[in-house]
Design a protein around this ligand. Sequence first.
Ligand code: AMP
Length: 411
Amino acid sequence: MEFQKFDFRPQVAAGVKAAGYITPTPIQAQAIPPVMQGRDVMGLAQTGTGKTAAFVLPILDRLMQGPRGRVRALVIAPTRELAEQIHQAVQGLGRETRLRSVAVYGGVSAHLQAEKLRRGAEIVIACPGRLLDHIGQRNVALSGLEMLVLDEADRMFDMGFLPDIRRIMKHVPVKRQTLLFSATMPDDIRGLAREVLREPVTIQVDHTAPLDTVSHALYPVGQHLKTPLLVGLLRQTGTGPVLVFTRTKHRAKRVADQLLMAGYRTAALQGNLSQNRRQAALNGFRSGAYQVLVATDIAARGIDVSGISHVINYDMPDSADAYTHRIGRTGRAAKTGDAFTFVTREDETMVRSIERVLGEKVERRLLEGFDYKRPAPHGETEFVRQPRQPYRREERLKAPKLRNFPGDKGR
Ligand code: AMP
């Protein structure tokens, strides 16, 4: 199947061509026709499947006809990075449409956003909190809204945005087309879907299993040897863009500093950074100025950097879903990638849950030539953590009691 089948208006087809897309991804092939027909859609798809274009292209196509200068499409996203990326996708795919899009999120001046909104835009991409501020200050009117997209709904729920979304819903017309995308479908999202969607078409694309272009491996290691192992792996894997995940902001900063000291051009991406510094870190990673980006889950949400060769989980993610989200950063749109996960003894329960989602056992590897017996370097004590409980309740009920491991004591 090719994009011509969708019969987009020439200005939209030009955007597809400029982006270099030839074959629609499965979510695009399934979602675009019903969206073009005006149906509500519930899409079960994670980042990396091409879901952004699946809603951006039909939005652009529809808005080519009808009034300009008022907000007719609103996309709500959980993080500024994701909002910014959707905005960039609209700008790229809509380059010939003369439609205007404004990205609205916190951490940067609200004044500039207000000005852009007042100047008139047809598409708004927003994080919930800042959008409510602008609605409250009457910088934006949503009474003419025709299309509403809730992107990464499960993550919005995780981040506590559901009340904000319900508040926003009071400002949008009842008669509208609504699309809801989510990587998972917990009960709360099902409830939200029932509230906001009307007779939706449901589309599901591999909603839990990560892209099979990614190969997975586990590296068992003691807490105190994680950084030396990371350096050892980086030496072996070369300098392709590597994304490293840590559990906390503090650890992200600490690991980034250690990699810098080991001679790798590294940036940390964590929630404490100002928007400018986050953008600089991301831009530097995209351009290759940084070889390694160390990030927390929240900060990395929605990162779209093509050609990431390795995702390394320095710390085990909190859930199997978080694992697939992290891994979604590599192997995007048919590129291949490797996903390495450091495993300490207390992570074994989570490993089993990830293996269940992947449907197979993941290979355990040891790094050749690495001294696994070396003692903890002085000053590594803050890298101790408590065993984490699995994320899902049903898994928690099944999980065996975690034991302490004498070898990890005092670290
Ligand atoms: P998304 O899941 O929307 O974040 O998209 C993941 C990546 O796939 C982005 O870099 C898109 O530019 C790219 N992409 C989306 N659709 C296609 C397509 N049909 N062909 C090739 N690449 C695509």
